[in-house]
Every structure is written in C-alpha cells, then in structure tokens.
Design a protein around this ligand. Structure first.
Ligand code: NAP
Ligand code: MG
Length: 523
C-alpha cells in the first residue's frame, strides 16, 4: 500500500487513504488480541519463570482490554538468553558485513510493509494518536536504513593505516563487543527498540532485548520483523518481564558485554554505576529530559504558542523531547499565554485510535498519580490556567485520561526541574534571555531546548549557551520535538545521556564496536 510518509511534523497527509488503511489494520489487530506469548530464545518459544506472574498487557485507553499476556523471565531464562546470544554472536560477526546490512535492510522494508499494523498496535498499547503512531513506525525503518548507510559509507569500518616501515601493513578495524542487552522504554516502543538493536546487530553484536512492561506487544512485533528478515536464531532474543524485578539480572549477567538503554535517568544511573565491576563495559544511555522553550519578546507569538502546544501535549507530554517548561519574556507573557490557551482549547481529546483525536491517555495508573501530585503542588505554588482535572464520561472513564494542563509558577518551583512525563506544562516569566538560559541550565537534564525569537544575536547566544544536545529555533511544528534520523541527531547532555553521541546521528553505530589495530610485518 503506497501511502505518503508520515513524520512527527506531518501536516498535509492524504488523510482519507491513511485512515482507511489504519481502520483496516485496527480491525486485523482487534481480531488477534488476547493471546498468551512466550519468550523467544535461540529462535524457539520458551516458557517464563515457573511461578512468575505473567504480564497482563492492557490498553491505557481501556484498561479492561487485554492485548496479550506475556511470560516473565527469571534468572534461568536470562541465563539461557545470554548463552544463546553468545553462541550465535561469533558466526554472526563472522559473516561479511554486507550480508548483515542486507538482512537489516530487509527488516526496514518489512517494517514499511507492516507499518499500519505496527502503528495500530502502538496506538492501542501506548495510547498514541494515529499520526504519532505512524511516525514511530516510519522512523523505525528510516533509522535502520540510516545506520546501515553509516556502516556502508565507512566500508564496514576497516581502513588501511600509515606504514612506519616498508615491510609492515597496518589496518584499523572496528569490531563488535559481543552481546548487548537492549532495554527500551514504553513511549517510542518501536523506533527506539529498532534503532538501538539494529545498530547493535548490523555491527556484529547479538542482542538480548527487553521491551518495557507496558509495551511487550509492540516489542514482539519487532522480534517478528527481525525473524522474518532472516536474522539468524539466537542473534536477537525477546525477553519480557518487569524491569524492577528482572532488569538487574540482565545487565549484571557476566555474559553481557555492554548495554544500550533508553529510559529514565533514575534507572540509567543505576545501570551506569553498577555495570562495570571486573572491567569497564560500554554503557550507552539515552535518558530523560526537562526540556525548556524560551519565548522572547521579539518572537512570533502565534508560532511560539503553536510550537509549545504541539511539543507539550502531543503524546500527552510523554516524549523525552517534550516541552515541559516555558520561560517567557514578561513583556509578552500575557499575550503568549492567551494564544497558548486558545490553541489548547482546540485539542481534540479522546480515544486516540479514532481519527482526528490528538490527545489520548497517559500510559498507566502510576502516571495518573504522578500527574495528580504535580497538579496539587502547582495549585499550591502557582495558578492553574488550563486543565487540572481528570477527564470523565464515556471513553474517559475506561482509561488513564487527564486533561492537558498549564500552570504559571514562581521560578523556584521544583516543577521546573523534575521530569514528570505527564501533561503538565510549567510556565515562568523572565526579564531577559540570560535569565531564561540560566534557568534552563539549572536542570540536571540537557536533552532538547527551543527558542522563539527574531533576533539573530539572541539566536546565536541561545545556541552557544544552552546546555542541551538538540536545539531548535522558531519551530512551529513542535518547539522541541520531531527529531528525525539523519536530520536531528538526538544527543542528551548531562543527566540525559552517557556518551555525548546520539541516536539519529552520524556517530551512533561506532559506539557498538571497539577498535583493533592490526600490524602485520612481512618478509
Ligand atoms: P524507565 O522506567 O526508566 O524504563 C525503561 C526501561 O527500563 C523499561 O524497559 C523498564 O522495564 C526497564 N527497567 C526498569 N528497571 C530496570 C532495571 N533495574 N534494570 C534494567 N532495566 C530496568 O522509563 P519509561 O518510563 O519506560 O520511559 C520514560 C523515560 O524514558 C523518560 O525518562 C524519558 O525521558 C526517557 N526517554 C528518553 C529518550 C531519549 O532518547 N533520551 C527517549 C525516550 C524516552 P519495565 O517497563 O518493565 O519497568
Ligand atoms: Mg499497557
């Protein structure tokens, strides 16, 4: 089916055809829900831990709707998965790199073939709107192709080096570490899982993959893509379970050579501080954010309001790149907030699998509780300008629905610094760009940042002074969101990442390999 490509910033899609195909996919999906799923280790179905409570995967849109029941891995299954990965890794790494790229590119093509089914799954499992879900599916395929091109452009990372004597031949090669644990978050369950794991695989590593407990069905979809693309048995293991119970056993396993993780700073720091015991292991972390948008008095306020509305409330603020705080110049604060409230009033809330619904539920009951606590704090410390209540009636009574909420707060409120990952936007007034930058940089995080300004001097200063890896100026389609492979490398500074090199960027795949210098003296 040839429909237009949807990205996170798409606005002009042929919607009739898109919605017809999406409806068909939802129908196919609903007919297959509710199955019981094992782990997949060494290419075979494997039972979970005896006595381990399975994961009942429900939809955040309707908590009575069971999408599937998933096995939970215990230490025995983790050991088996790591063992299978170790056995499969050497032959996989021994294949010529163009073979591996061909298989991974086939995976990208299969994702494109199945994009409506995968998007429908994410819409139901995460509560994504149709366009957001399709963006996630399309990005997954683009990530794989982008990384494959990196390996190809580098000639498989084999390069001749200078000779120190006429009789020596020197070669520099990048070689895989071995087995990577790959642990993914719930919010981009396909794109992040596919991005992290495909880079590990194409560079010759084997992977033990754990999806988030809220999104195992999408994770299973990725397993099936790799299987059908021809990734050999054992090279990619699908292991489900609750991170708080089995996560440590996975990355602490002595047979794991490194981890690639996307998720919260809290879990990321725990892994970083714990993984290197006998020696240092690669620990590629992409973590949370507390992303600010700065609105200056020279800004196009309509663009600023639109950009902030989209970045604060698309996917219910559950993007690592979401705008969760705004620093607005006091001269334009009133006008900006009025424009923002007008935009927020137009947001269509509801069941996000329905066409035209923009704003769905948050992921789970814990997120609702976090939102309620933050709203209560905002009421005490400042003023709620919009939202502030749970949504009720009809579909809203079935799932985890809360209103998009805006609060004005004094700058010393902790709501400006903690990642909440729920739709509460904190807004504070500033008197200068310097003050806005200084407030922004107070956070432990440094993922994305946005500026609206018509002053070149301010724009230059923002880029130079802001402590964030992904910076946008005057982006109406999303003040701080919408990064795409090859266009916006997604690098977290400070508490937002560990390596200083991002997914979607040109220095990503090298991180899954270590250098070996080869000198051969002839004669
Ligand atoms: P999370 O709670 O940190 O969970 C992420 C993954 O880690 C899940 O698979 C989770 O399993 C697992 N986990 C939990 N405890 C573990 C442990 N001790 N050892 C190993 N794994 C463990 O994050 P989330 O709520 O799913 O996702 C939201 C967070 O991800 C936010 O902070 C967001 O900013 C961040 N994020 C960052 C980026 C980026 O590119 N920088 C992108 C997307 C999201 P369970 O689900 O089973 O608990
Ligand atoms: Mg769920």
């Amino acid at each position: 089916m040839a429909t237009q490509k949807v990205t996170y910033t798409s606005t002009n899609v042929d919607l009739d055809e898109f919605h017809r195909a999406f409806d068909d996919a939802l129908g196919r999906l609903r007919a297959t829900l509710g199955k019981t799923h094992p782990l997949y280790i060494g290419g075979r179905a494997v039972e979970g831990e005896a006595g381990g409570a399975p994961i009942v995967d429900t939809s955040p849109i309707d908590t009575q709707l069971v999408l599937g029941t998933f096995a939970t891995a215990g230490p025995g299954q983790i050991d088996q998965a790591v063992g299978s990965a170790r056995a499969a890794q050497k032959p996989w790494a021994g294949r010529p790199w163009p073979d591996r790229l061909a298989i991974l590119r086939r995976a990208a093509a299969i994702i494109r073939d199945r994009k409506f089914d995968l998007a429908a799954t994410m819409s139901l499992e995460v509560g994504k709107s149709r366009l957001e879900a399709m963006g996630d599916a399309e990005e997954s395929a683009d990530l794989i192709d982008y990384y494959a091109r990196q390996v190809e452009d580098a000639g498989g990372f084999v390069r001749p080096m200078a000779q120190m004597t006429p009789i020596e031949r020197n070669t520099d090669v990048l070689r895989p570490y071995g087995v990577f644990a790959c642990v993914a978050p719930f919010n981009f369950p396909l794109a992040l899982s596919a991005g992290m794991s495909s880079a590990a695989l194409m560079t010759g590593n084997a992977v033990v993959y754990k999806p988030a407990e809220d999104t195992p069905l999408t994770g299973l979809g990725l397993y099936e893509v790799y299987r059908d693309a021809g990734v050999p048995a054992g090279v990619f293991q699908f292991v489900t379970g609750r991170g708080s119970r089995m996560g440590d056993a996975l990355w602490k396993h002595p047979g794991v050579d490194g981890i690639v993780f996307t998720g919260s700073k809290q879990v990321g720091l725990r892994i970083y501080q714990g993984i290197s015991e006998r020696y240092v292991k690669p620990c590629l972390l992409e973590l949370g954010g507390k992303n600010a948008t700065i609105v200056m008095d020279s800004a196009d306020l309509d663009a600023a309001a639109e950009g902030v509305m989209r970045s604060a409330f698309s996917l219910q603020n559950q993007k690592c790149s979401a705008t969760s705080r705004v620093y607005v110049h006091q001269r334009v604060a009133q006008a900006f907030l009025a424009a923002l409230q007008d935009k927020v009033k137009t947001i269509k809330m509801g069941d996000p699998t329905e066409k035209d619904v923009y704003f769905g539920p948050v992921i789970n009951a814990r997120a609702v509780t976090r939102w309620e606590a933050a709203v209560a704090q905002a009421r005490k410390e400042g003023t709620i300008l919009a939202g502030g209540d749970r949504l009720t009636g009809g579909v809203f009574d079935k799932g985890h629905f809360v209103a998009p909420t805006i609060a004005t707060l004094p700058l010393d409120s902790s709501l400006f610094l903690e990642e909440l990952f729920v739709p509460l936007l904190a807004v504070g007034e500033v008197h200068s760009l310097d003050q806005a930058i200084s407030e922004t940089n107070k956070a432990d995080y440094g993922l994305t940042a946005g500026l609206f300004s018509r002053s070149q001097a301010e724009i230059d200063r923002f880029f130079d002074e802001i402590e964030a890896g992904v910076c946008y100026v005057n982006k109406r389609t999303g003040a701080t969101t919408g990064a795409w492979p090859g266009a916006q490398p997604f690098t977290g500074w400070k508490g937002s990442g560990s390596t200083g090199k991002g997914g979607c960027g040109p220095y990503y795949v090298q991180q899954f390999m270590r250098e070996q210098s080869r000198t051969l003296v002839e004669g």
